[in-house]
Ligand binder design. Structure first.
Ligand code: AMP
Length: 397
């Protein structure tokens, strides 16, 4: 079966077409600047030349039609007709408390995802636009929704209820949801597979460290706690997001700087983190470069990031009362040997030891723990699209 995986953003659409007989990617690509001037599609078929198509793309329906045209094009397409697509898997950011697992899409599911828009006002609307466009263009093809929040729904109440008046949880659904769930699920399953041990026998901490970062504590295959919360702002310090700060700072700064709610929201989400502390960039590569040239604040941002990772790993090990496996994934997790070494050096009290030579690489799947280490440490490139394709194939079967 061939599965089309879609990840719709407000002005972009990423896609991958999988052949599930061997899980190979037949084609992938990106539509950019939907609804804006200069919109384009970059289509990358396997074993054929990349195509860049510059054309007017006013909405998600046009974008998806364009993707389907590219996939079936006689010259650079990879399938002969749309009928070859067995199902479509959609990445949806917020599934609230309602969606605890991957779900076949019908009218009720669309209505439920729409109800969750207040919880993800920037992310759920493009996801819904993608679903609606696909349902109109491919009315007979099953559609499946895979939620970023779903894997974390196994968290116990003690992890997800905030120390706020309980009525806000009841009235507005204010609780911790967690994000990057598909990535944490993929790498945890993959680590168990590499080890050849059932997930149910393992205590794991998975670290998704990229532009947005989160850590999850997974016991017997179930998330018990995670660092992101009601929104992806909570937890670790990130590229441009502050992560945890004393909440009283917010009203203090608003008063001092005369900021509106929108401005303070932007400050916390877009001007903080590596960018805010270093003053250099939200991209760790640039921050590392500046630090190597002696930039004090760049080095401070890096040290703070490492320290916060260690802090959450330590807390989570205590929460789940042990650790068998530590996993690093995403842009920084996969590509920064310095970060992995600095973090693991602080965890030797857990009898966690890495092979520092083996750790010197980027972007591949590898065990980096030493033979004597009680805790196995892996770097596993994340593959959310494959997880979505697998879920979709399983559900429609
Ligand atoms: P992601 O959001 O998963 O795409 O990750 C983006 C982050 O990964 C950015 O902060 C990048 O600086 C970081 N990253 C990507 N490649 C490298 C690298 N070679 N060394 C250090 N950080 C990297």
């Amino acid at each position: 079966m061939k599965i089309l995986v879609l990840n719709s953003g407000s002005s972009s659409l990423k896609y991958q077409l999988f052949d599930m007989t061997d899980e190979s990617v037949l084609a992938k690509g990106l539509v950019e600047r939907i609804g804006l001037e200069g919109s384009l599609l970059t289509h990358r078929p396997a074993n054929k030349e990349k195509q860049v198509i510059n054309t007017d793309i006013p909405d998600h329906t046009t974008a998806i039609q364009l993707v389907l045209d590219a996939l079936t094009n006689p010259d650079y397409g990879v399938i002969s007709s749309m009928d070859e697509i067995g199902a479509v898997g959609h990445r949806i950011v917020h599934g609230g408390s309602v969606f605890t697992e991957t779900t076949i899409i019908n009218d009720e599911v669309v209505a439920e995802i729409e109800k969750l828009i207040p919880l993800a006002p920037l992310h759920n609307p493009p996801g819904i636009a993608g679903i609606k466009a696909c349902r109109s263009i491919l009315p007979n093809v099953p559609q499946v929704a895979v939620f970023d929040t779903a894997f974390h729904q196994s968290m116990p109440e003690v992890s997800y209820i905030y120390g706020l008046p309980y009525e806000y949880f009841e009235k507005y659904g204010i609780r911790r949801y967690g994000f990057h769930g598909t990535s944490h699920r993929y790498v945890s399953h993959r680590a168990a597979e590499i080890l050849g041990e059932p997930l149910e026998d393992l205590k794991m901490i998975t670290c998704h460290l990229g532009n947005g970062s989160s850590i999850a504590a997974i016991d017997k295959g179930k998330v018990m706690d995670t660092t992101m919360g009601f929104t992806p702002l909570e937890g670790l310090m990130m590229g441009a997001r502050s992560g945890n700060v004393d909440p009283a700072i917010i009203s203090f700064i608003m008063e001092k700087e005369n900021l509106t709610i929108k401005e303070v929201d932007e400050l916390l989400n877009k001007k903080s983190g590596f960018l805010g502390v270093s003053g250099v960039s939200s991209d760790l590569r640039n921050v590392e470069e500046a630090a190597s040239e002696g930039n004090y604040r760049a080095q401070l941002a890096i040290d703070m990031f490492y320290q916060k990772i260690v802090r959450f790993i330590g807390a989570f090990v205590a929460e789940i009362n042990g650790i068998d496996v530590l996993v690093f994934t995403a842009g920084i997790g996969e590509n920064s040997p310095q970060m992995r070494e600095a973090v693991c050096d602080k965890l030797e009290f857990l009898c966690l030891f890495i092979d520092k030579e083996k750790n010197k690489f980027r972007g591949e799947e590898r065990e980096i723990s030493r033979p004597g280490s009680k805790v196995k440490v892996f770097v596993i490139p994340t593959n959310e699209e494959l997880m979505i394709a697998r879920d979709t194939a399983t559900l429609v079967k």
